[in-house]
Design a protein around this ligand. Sequence first.
Ligand SMILES: [Zn+2]
Length: 217
Amino acid sequence: MYHVRSNEPRFDVPDFTLESNSLTIHTTDAEVGKDFQPPSKIKEGSGHSVTWYELEPLDSSRSKRLRKTIAKELVNKFLLINSERDYILTDFPLGYRLYCHKKGTRVGHDDVRHDFYIYGAGYKFRSANEALFHFAWLMRGMPKRRCICVYDTPITAHKRRQGALNRQYKRAWDAVLQDRHKQHVAAYQASVKDKAPREPSPPTLNVFNDACFLLPE
Ligand SMILES: [Zn+2]
């Protein structure tokens, strides 16, 4: 249980904790001892290029940036905490790791390209957006057949198509904002009518934005 401001939504579930600006996901679908193992060999590609994997350290700026992007989106939009604060995922869920796939002209010279992937539980997430829907599902305790991520979704149009999922997500989020606005207006009008100051509504407990992040039950 945490609360920063008395009227902020609160959560009391075993799947994650939010303390101050740190989000920690406790639930994982990764199996012990089955972590992704990158090929240890340097692979020779076409055009005299070589490719290899490196584990990205948790304290690298790339890792921090990615974990901040994921946490901010999840806290603001999945947990519906309307705050300008920065949030960070303290670590990836157990069994998930960030790798950099490097390509260079020779061993040790990653001068062609870097691609970052979050590996875990058999998934290879290519961006913060790809991962965050699956992580939202972990935070809900992995309800069966409800993960909306592009690897688990039964919606054909979204299968491995993050752009299509992002567009659907944006529409759903816009609807949430419109709804929020309507509620504010209605509450304001009610307070004017009653000539009474508006009482702040009590904080909600364990309320999630499932409409934007999970498939319906
Ligand atoms: Zn998923």
